[in-house]
Design a protein around this ligand. Structure first.
Ligand code: PLP
Length: 428
């Protein structure tokens, strides 16, 4: 847990209210949409890798909000930057009709943090378009590819096609669920958005066959997260790069979940030595403290696709999010979070493999860095997760069959031991 100044530490209330857990659950049941299957924990505080309930019981966070809390919860440097912004009155949404220094500074920081994208378009550097959550920036990437198809390739507007992958996850707005292959994401929500061609993840021949004269882009996760923590076969991303170059398609990587150090490198695509034309980031971009996402691409492509009025968002790039984003990038670099993910992930992975070798339940262990999936026989990973919650872990399953282990990237050796002891107890 992070220590440091906390003005509320001495108050009798742990977290936001005195209301008991049953009342909180009842309120949500009565007044909220039932679109999440929650674990039976009502969280009152989160700090570093630890989550606390009203009784003061602590849980090790092995999920990190699906990679959003990469630097740990309430990282003091990010909290400090945000607190200063709030107390200094430069945090609120002002409106995009004026300039603000947090936005300019954040754009400059992120454009230079990402390696130069789309080098085939020259050395113009990157530009950034910020939004408020991953799915919004996926939409930005889709708009980019479609516009490029129309303007640069002469595809009739309305006919543009983008190749996507089965078992993908890019969010749950209408456009993204339109090409999801999980039926419950889609069913009953039609009419769906046309213009997407799903092919098998890892199958380059299928990709090549799917390229039509209306094709303008390929949208892919360099490692599938929600789809079961799947690493693509060797050469797949290079193959996509070659196909994209040969057919003049924009190659768009969604690194919302696996980017920003999670895989043990700054970006997951670096494992394959491939540079995309556009990159979607979210989740950990603000260190998990405020919704912030971004689409990053080559300056010329951004200028081609987005003119005054052709995009916009009230909160996209508002000062508080940008202050958090700039601080989170500083933390990422100063604390070498990618290196930590690689080092701690390696330790954890080796120990999990040893447990798996003795376990009758484990089918496969896979992953990169601190993004480790433990697939169990019989597809009931959630049963194991519920037992792990009872033992003090916050953990869940990916696609029902895989226990997902993705703690904050600065997890300590002691915390890893805590995790392993419990994992061993339920898997053996
Ligand atoms: C790869 C990927 N893309 C997009 C999204 C959607 O992001 P958000 O929930 O912030 O809209 C997610 C969320 O898990 C994701 O993992």
């Amino acid at each position: 847990m992070f220590s440091g100044f906390n003005p509320l530490e001495q108050t009798p209330v742990l977290g936001y209210s005195h209301l008991d857990d049953a009342s909180i659950r009842a309120m949500e049941d009565r007044c909220g949409a039932h679109h999440y299957d929650r674990l039976n924990v009502v969280v009152r505080q989160a700090s570093g890798s630890w989550i606390t309930d009203i009784a003061g019981r602590r849980y090790l966070d092995c999920l990190a909000a699906y990679s959003a809390a990469n630097p740990g919860h309430h990282h003091p440097r990010i909290v400090n930057a945000m607190s200063k912004a709030l107390l200094g009155h430069y945090a609120s949404v002002i409106s995009n009709v004026v300039y603000t220094d947090p936005l300019g500074i954040f754009l400059d920081r992120l454009a230079n943090f990402v390696p130069p994208l789309a080098p085939r378009f020259g050395t113009g550097g990157n530009k950034v378009l910020p939004k408020n959550g991953g799915v919004e920036s996926v939409e930005t990437a889709i708009k980019m590819a479609r516009f490029y198809g129309w303007k640069a390739k002469g595809i009739a507007d309305g006919s543009q096609e983008i190749i996507v992958f089965k078992n993908n996850f890019h969010g749950r707005m209408i456009t993204e669920v339109s090409f999801a292959t999980v039926a419950r994401y889609r069913q009953g929500f039609g009419p769906l958005t046309p213009g997407f061609v799903p092919v098998t993840y890892g199958d380059l021949e299928a990709v090549e066959a799917a390229v039509s004269s209306d094709c303008c882009g390929i949208l892919v996760e360099p490692m599938q997260g929600e789809g079961g923590m799947r690493i693509p076969p060797p050469g797949f991303l290079q193959g996509l790069r070659e196909i994209a170059d040969r057919h003049d398609l924009l190659l768009l990587f969604d690194e919302i979940q696996v980017g920003l150090g999670r895989s043990g490198l700054k970006f997951c695509f670096e494992h394959d030595g491939v540079v995309p034309d556009g990159l979607v980031l979210g989740k950990a971009l603000s260190g998990g403290l405020v919704p912030l996402s971004a689409f990053v691409t080559h300056a010329d492509l951004m200028d081609l696709a987005f003119q005054k009025g052709s995009d916009g968002s009230t909160f996209g790039g508002y000062p508080l999010a940008c202050v958090a984003g700039a601080a989170a990038l500083d933390v990422f670099e100063d604390e070498e979070l990618a290196l930590s993910a690689e080092r701690q992930g390696g330790k954890l992975r080796r120990a999990i493999e040893q447990i798996a070798a003795r376990s009758p339940h484990v089918k496969e262990v896979r992953g990169r860095g601190l993004f480790i999936g433990v697939e169990v026989h019989g597809g009931q990973a959630m049963d194991f997760c519920r037992r792990l919650v009872d033992q003090g872990l916050i953990i869940n399953a990916s696609r029902g069959h895989t226990i997902r282990i993705s703690p904050p990237l600065n997890i300590s050796d002691d915390e890893i031991d805590f995790l392993l002891t419990r994992l061993e107890a339920v898997l053996l």
